[in-house]
Every structure is written in structure tokens, then in C-alpha cells.
Design a protein around this ligand. Structure first.
Ligand SMILES: NC(=O)C1=CN([C@@H]2O[C@H](COP(=O)(O)OP(=O)(O)OC[C@H]3O[C@@H](n4cnc5c(N)ncnc54)[C@H](O)[C@@H]3O)[C@@H](O)[C@H]2O)C=CC1
Ligand SMILES: [Mg+2]
Length: 340
């Protein structure tokens, strides 16, 4: 009998022969989410990203950069065999991506196996997600964050919140179904607006008491049920710093894994320079300040204060959408005005 994943790859390759590799990849992944048999077959020819208790396995490269460890299915099998572990554990893998040639990428949490033993065999280390996120490259960090978010969602959704019955996942791990029913549960994320407020020549950044010393960021807040993005930005800015937003422009979005899965929606929000006096709600923010271009440029070159040294003002690192909003604002300020 023909392997179901080979069949799927060849029929998709036929039907998408006039399309890009990206189209093939998206359709391949979508099919694996719907077809348990094909997904099971894809797993046995896949690459896997390993986690332990939600910490990704990272290796240090020769150039001192870090990357996540990806092992082939057979290597994971041998690793588990070597450690005397039940091989059926691999079936807990969750689908997170694929190559343009139809090799699926899964992630697997080996929390029930001795972490040190895996680290020794793999020549790598399990690193806390917050640390990993900032050690990894711009292209790898979001994938590792997505994998961890999906693994965490499965770990915390083994029971139906309505009936209390247990839930069972599909092969790809893209949803769970309450046993004996047709109730489907999908991975959850919380929409959060993040706005860089500006008044024409300055931009506004704030800090929560829990932030590391000197760190200032754009204003952020969870969307309330029933709110539009625009309403959430207006409300958060009014609540946190007492300003009325005049207009909002969308900039970009980002999945943010901390503390749980947030879907960050990044915007610029303008306020009138004539009404820019701050009325900070100190239960939400420890401080908020207007920064001019020179102060922002200095802050972008600073990093967290070392122990014992005076506190400097610094901004979120490049992976954070707050950083991207701040950089985009600087670019807008330094661009030559269009000719008349
Ligand atoms: N990627 C980035 O550049 C940045 C990301 N963020 C993220 O934005 C998120 C929201 O920012 P905050 O100012 O803390 O939000 P916030 O101003 O809405 O205040 C947080 C409070 O909102 C309430 N809340 C309402 N819905 C919630 C939900 N679904 N989950 C958790 N709490 C909920 C809780 O009482 C919580 O204490 C944070 O988790 C933070 O990690 C914040 C700044 C920069
Ligand atoms: Mg906030």
C-alpha cells in the first residue's frame, strides 16, 4: 500500500504545480491538520524540535550564536531507545511547520524523560523560553515560541471546561475534541493592543513596576470582549495615561508568548500636542514619559543596566514589536519631507 503522506505530497505537487513552494507548504500543512492517517505517516519522516517541561533544546554554534536542535524522527527514536523510554511518547508530537519538499516539522515535550540525559546525548541544553527567545535569531524565535505555546495549550487543556470530560487531540495537535461529543477546542490566544503614542515631535513610553530597571516600552493592554482594535487603543491610552487619541494607524502584529499566548496588534496613536499632559494611573504604570527623537536614539543604543551601575533608559529588544514600533517612528521622523 502507498504511504498516505507520499500520496498527499504527489497529489498536492500536481495540483499546485503552477504555484509557489509557499502555496504547496500551506496546503500540505492544512491537509495534515485534517487527515490523521497522513499526519501519522508524515511524523515518521519528519524533523522534530525537542522541549523539556516547555523549555526548548538549544545548541551553541561555532560563531557563538544559538539555534534550536532539530532531530530526524529516527534519531529521536534512537535517543528514546538509548534512554530506555517508551517510544509511543513520540505520538505526542505537535505539528508546527514543513519544508517546501514536504518534510513536516513537529515539536515534542519530553518532560517525562531525564533532561540531563537528553542534554548529554544531544550535546545541547534546555533553556527557559524567555532566555531562548532573545538568544535565537529573528527567524527562529517565533517558531520556537509558537511550538511552546501549542505544547503549553495541550498540557493545560486535557479536560473540557464545560463538561469536565477528558479531551483528545487530533494527530496534528491543531485542536482537541471532548470525548464522546463533537465539541471542538482550538488553541487560544489573547488579543493585545500595543500603541506607540506620539504628538508630532515626541513619543510616549511607560514602564510597569515589574519591568527591569530603566526599561520603557509602548503602552499595551488586553482587548476587552466586544471591542474593536481602535476602541481598545483609545481605552488603554485613556486608562493608563489620561490622554485622548485622535487617530490610529496599524503597523504590524506579533505572537508574544509571555506570560501566555498574546496576539499583539501594533499601532501608532496620535494625540494633540496641545493636550499632551499626562495623568498616569499609578496602579497600572510606575511611570510614563514623553521622549524626543534624540532621547529615543540614545535609548535604542542602550541595554539593561548592569548590577552596581547607574540606571540607564533602554527599550525592548529587537524581537519585541514595541522595538519595531519605536524604530519605525524614528525612521518617520528622520525621513526627508516629501517635495511640494
Ligand atoms: N511584545 C512587546 O513588544 C510587548 C508585549 N507586551 C505584552 O502585552 C501584554 C499586555 O500588557 P499589559 O500592560 O500587562 O496589559 P493591561 O494593561 O491590559 O494590564 C494587564 C491586566 O489586564 C487584565 N487582563 C485582562 N484580560 C487579560 C488576559 N486575557 N490575560 C491576562 N490578563 C488580562 C489582568 O488584570 C492583568 O493584570 C503583557 O502580557 C506583555 O507581556 C507589553 C509590552 C511590549
Ligand atoms: Mg498596560
Amino acid at each position: 500500500m502507498l504511504n498516505p503522506v507520499r500520496l498527499l505530497v504527489s497529489s498536492l505537487a500536481q495540483s499546485t504545480r503552477c504555484c509557489s513552494g509557499y502555496v504547496f507548504r500551506m496546503r500540505f500543512l492544512n491537509s495534515l491538520k485534517q487527515d490523521d492517517e497522513a499526519c501519522k505517516a508524515a511524523l515518521s519522516h519528519s524533523d522534530l524540535m525537542l522541549f523539556h517541561s516547555l523549555k526548548p533544546l538549544l545548541k551553541k554554534n561555532k560563531d557563538r550564536s544559538f539555534s534550536s536542535v532539530r532531530l530526524q524522527y529516527d534519531d529521536v527514536k534512537s535517543l528514546l531507545q538509548k534512554l530506555g523510554t517508551d517510544l509511543s511518547l513520540i505520538q505526542d508530537s505537535v505539528l508546527i511547520g514543513s519544508s517546501e519538499r514536504g518534510t513536516a516539522l513537529f515539536c515534542l515535550d519530553l518532560a517525562s524523560v531525564d533532561a540531563a540525559a537528553i542534554e548529554e546525548v544531544g550535546g545541547a541544553k534546555f533553556v527557559d523560553l524567555r532566555k531562548s527567545f532573545f538568544l535565537l535569531s529573528d527567524s527562529e524565535a517565533p517558531l520556537v515560541a509558537k511550538a511552546q505555546a501549542l505544547l503549553r495549550w495541550h498540557l493545560t487543556h486535557t479536560f473540557c471546561s464545560f463538561s469536565g470530560k477528558s479531551t483528545k487531540r487530533n494527530r496534528a495537535g491543531s485542536h482537541r475534541i471532548t470525548e464522546g461529543s463533537e465539541v471542538v477546542h482550538y488553541p487560544q490566544m489573547s488579543p493585545v493592543v500595543i500603541a506607540l503614542v506620539h504628538d508630532g515631535s515626541r513619543c510616549l513610553l511607560g514602564r510597569q513596576i515589574s519591568f527591569p530597571a530603566g526599561l520603557y516600552s509602548a503602552l499595551a493592554g488586553f482587548c476587552d470582549m466586544g471591542e474593536t482594535v481602535e476602541e481598545a487603543v483609545r481605552r488603554e491610552v485613556a486608562e493608563e495615561v489620561g490622554l485622548e487619541v485622535l487617530s490610529i494607524t496599524y503597523s504590524g502584529s506579533q505572537h508574544w508568548p509571555f506570560p501566555n499566548s498574546s496576539f499583539m496588534i501594533g499601532c501608532f496613536a496620535s494625540v494633540s500636542p496641545a493636550h499632551s499632559e499626562l495623568c498616569i494611573d499609578h496602579s497600572e504604570l510606575e511611570d510614563a514619559r514623553w521622549f524626543d527623537l534624540a532621547q529615543i536614539q540614545t535609548g535604542l543604543q542602550s541595554s539593561a543596566t548592569k548590577k552596581g551601575l547607574p540606571v540607564v533608559t533602554w527599550f525592548p529588544p529587537p524581537h519585541a514589536i514595541a522595538h519595531k514600533l519605536i524604530r519605525e517612528w524614528v525612521e518617520l521622523q528622520t525621513q526627508a519631507p516629501p517635495p511640494h
